[in-house]
Write a protein that binds this ligand. Structure first.
Ligand code: C2E
Ligand code: MG
Ligand code: MG
Length: 709
């Protein structure tokens, strides 16, 4: 065992000798330093267990040296014994304050010196023991901590390999330092491929910039949690959507060192969102855009046009002609197939950038963008109309369906998408009225007219409550006997401010709105009431008949027969007092059903007249099947008649035809004596027209009847 090391610091070598002599018994290893600086310098070499320090020295005195040694961490616990001739209490107190552990007075007593040195050595020994046991304990602790760190590292590594999220760590420059297996599974990129800036190559090119920018911002402003959605290219070019979340890492000094984060595969959710979005903007039947998408796209077009004068666009509103008839007769499934077929047809005419939307049953809207001029658009319109002229075969059925088109050119006045659609719709309405299978271009006047029409519709609804409809009666004459045989009841609207309005202005509106059923029901009732009233008051003129006009909707109404019967029974009239006028065009759809209905009416002795004959498309094939009693030659033929001209021949043919079918003929619109003479010559039995009388109110008819009474 090494001897305890003692350092004696004294400027007098003689004093050292004294001490050496006093302690000399080979139990100590004595060392000498003659001043403070030398003492401090030699500490490392000597490793003293006790220091004996003289106070009175030139240069730095012992108290100061004591303070300096005690300030050094390593030597703090080495006991210092002050050797001094001073024995005042203040001096001793100063020594202890400087850190001294003991003192011994000069002249030095051997026994005292040994006792004090040994006592200090024991203290030092205790301290050393304590110190080494503490160090051992610390080493053990350290070992333990390291072991547990290693264990948790292993645990995290295995956790990172099983969690269903991709984990990554990046440094501040975006270099990838670590990825787990699931990262590779999601992104299709191995750890090697992802290393450094490699991971950026795996990101979808369209998202790279966004990711890089957000990344840059996050590092710049020290965003604690960065969260963003982006696409990876995936292993087989199947795009993978991920949500990436990362947190900023800092070292113990609080400096940013990089990011650690996760990526989670959200492709399925994104797909579902995409489908949801698609469905909310498309028509499920045809996959065309729906109204919502149309409105959004129109709004963009309006905005573009407001900033760029060169940008021009047009809106086409299409409505299939007679779609309802096809749908009702061939079934909804067939109707659906037809609509799909139409959607395909329309697409074939348009640029991929043009938008086609289906916004209602058989209503389509097309937005043509970036058009070069009006001609461009008209060409598209013509192409569409032309294509609809050929038939389509669906499920073995050959169908002809045409379309009407309303067209409006976008201009800077348009601020709302709905205004564009409204105006295209107004133009469409015009195209329909013009005979369908055609187009009309919107102009501002149409708008005013459409507004007027809407007002008229509102007023018409009130007209029923206010009892504003009246019937005028036009006499029908037996041409040969020059005798009154009956009247045609013609409705008029006694408008509160505009006066008498003729049916051509309001019947189409009542037909479109369904009000016609109510109107015609009233007409039938009122004409029966009037006829029965006249029969009572002017019995000499009877039998007289009354003719009433029907619309196609009346024919389709389930209660037509019963409601006529009830009007007849209320007024005590028999069926043969009434003749129903239906036009040829009403026969086109559903001819067999119509024939059935007419037969039912016939059974009640009610007569049927085919009105406006010659203007429609009656198929001769069906004419002989029609249970008709009269054909009414249309006014247009009668008015254009001239000796031996074409119209004269048409009238002649109709009269011959009806003779062969056993049907009586009534000529409409006879205005001159000449026309009457020709008709008489051709064998036309009945006639009506201004030549005999205009349609008159009941009161004026009564005056006529009085005259002949
Ligand atoms: P319509 O059944 O062909 O009626 C004949 C039309 O020709 C009537 O026009 C009549 O005033 C007009 N007219 C008669 N003789 C002459 C003539 O010599 N010269 C000229 N220029 N015109 C003549 P109105 O009353 O304006 O009726 C037009 C159409 O309205 C009718 O054509 C009929 O289809 C329809 N209509 C009239 N009343 C009713 C009704 O109560 N119900 C239904 N559903 N339709 C009706
Ligand atoms: Mg008529
Ligand atoms: Mg007519």
């Amino acid at each position: 065992m090494a001897l305890p090391s003692i350092l004696v610091v004294d400027d007098e070598p003689h004093n050292f000798d004294v001490i050496e002599a006093l302690l000399f018994d080979k139990s100590y290893n004595l060392n000498y330093a003659s001043n403070g600086a030398e003492a401090i310098q030699s500490l490392e070499l000597i490793q003293p267990d006790v220091i004996l320090l003289d106070v009175m020295m030139p240069g730095i005195n012992g108290i100061e040296i004591c303070r300096q040694i005690k300030a050094i961490e390593k030597w703090r616990m080495v006991p210092i014994i002050i050797v001094t001739a001073l024995n005042r209490k203040e001096d001793l107190a100063q020594c202890f304050e400087a850190g001294a552990d003991d003192f011994i007075s000069k002249p030095i007593n051997k026994i005292e010196l040994r006792a004090r040195v040994n006592s200090m050595l024991r203290i030092k020994q205790h301290y050393d023991l304590l110190q080494s046991s503490l160090e051992r304990q610390a080493a053990l602790e350290k070992e333990k901590v390291e072991a547990s760190l290693k264990e948790s590292e292993n645990r995290y590594a295995s956790l990172a390999s099983v969690v269903p999220v991709g984990i990554f760590r990046l440094d501040l420059d975006g270099h990838c330092l670590y990825v787990n297996d699931h990262w590779s599974y999601i992104t299709g990129m191995s750890a090697d491929e992802s290393e450094g800036l490699g991971w950026l190559n795996g990101i979808h090119p369209e998202d790279r910039l966004t990711v890089a920018r957000q990344w840059y911002d996050a590092t710049k402003i020290g965003t604690v949690l960065l969260s963003l959605e982006c696409r990876f290219l995936g292993s087989k070019d199947n795009t993978i959507w991920v949500i990436g979340q990362s947190v900023l890492e800092r070292n113990e000094h609080g400096q940013m060192t990089g990011f650690v984060g996760t990526i989670t595969d959200i492709t399925e959710r994104k797909e579902a969102q995409k489908n949801l979005l698609y469905n909310s903007l498309h028509d499920p039947l045809t996959s065309l855009a729906n109204r919502t998408l149309l409105i959004k796209t129109l709004e963009v077009a309006i905005a573009k046009a407001s900033v760029s004068e060169s940008y021009q666009y047009a809106v086409l509103f299409l409505d299939l002609d007679r779609f309802k008839v096809i749908n009702d007769s061939l079934g909804h499934l067939f109707g659906d197939q037809l609509l799909q077929n139409v959607a395909q047809k329309l697409q074939s005419h348009l640029k991929p950038t043009d938008l086609i939307a289906r916004i209602g049953g058989d209503e389509f809207v097309i937005l043509l963008e970036d058009i070069a001029g009006d001609e461009d658009v008209l060409q598209v319109v013509q192409k569409i109309l032309h294509q609809f002229q050929t038939s389509t075969v669906i499920n073995g059925h050959e169908v002809f369906i045409t379309t009407s088109i309303g067209l409006v050119f976008g201009n800077s006045h348009y601020k709302k998408a709905n205004d564009l659609i409204r105006d295209a719709d107004i133009a469409l309405y015009r195209a329909k009225s013009a005979g369908k299978a055609t187009y009309r271009l919107f102009d501002a006047r149409m708008h005013t007219q459409a507004v007027n029409r809407l007002n008229l519709e509102t007023q018409l609804r009130k007209a029923f409550e206010r009892d504003e409809f009246v019937l005028h009666y036009q006499p029908i004459m037996d041409i040969f006997k020059k005798q009154l045989v009956g009247f045609e009841a013609l409705v008029r609207w006694q408008h509160p401010t505009r006066g008498l309005i003729l049916p051509s202005e309001f019947i189409p509106i009542t037909e479109e709105t369904g009000m016609i059923l109510r109107l015609d029901d009233w007409v039938i009732n009122e004409s029966c009431r009037q006829l029965s009233d006249w029969r009572n008051r002017f019995p000499n003129h009877f039998p007289l008949k009354i003719s009433v006009n029907l619309s196609v909707q009346d024919l389709r109404a389930a209660n037509l027969v019963s409601s006529i019967e009830s009007s007849l029974s209320k007024t005590g009239l028999s069926g043969d007092c009434i003749t129903l006028e239906i036009t040829e065009s009403m026969l086109i759809d559903n001819i067999h059903k119509t024939i059935d209905l007419l037969n039912q009416l016939r059974e009640k002795n009610i007569h049927i007249s085919i009105d406006d004959f010659g203007t429609g498309y009656s198929s001769l094939k069906y004419l002989h099947l029609l249970p008709a009693d009269y054909l009414k030659i249309d006014r247009s033929f009668v008015s254009r008649m001239a000796e031996e001209n074409r119209d004269y021949q048409v009238v002649n043919t109709i009269i011959n035809l009806s003779n062969q079918l056993g049907v009586a003929v009534i000529a409409e619109g006879i205005e001159t004596n000449q026309q009457l003479k020709w008709l008489e010559k051709l064998g036309c039995e009945f006639g009506q027209g201004y030549f005999f009388s205009k349609p008159l109110p009941a009161s004026e008819i009564e005056q006529l009847l009085f005259q002949f009474n």
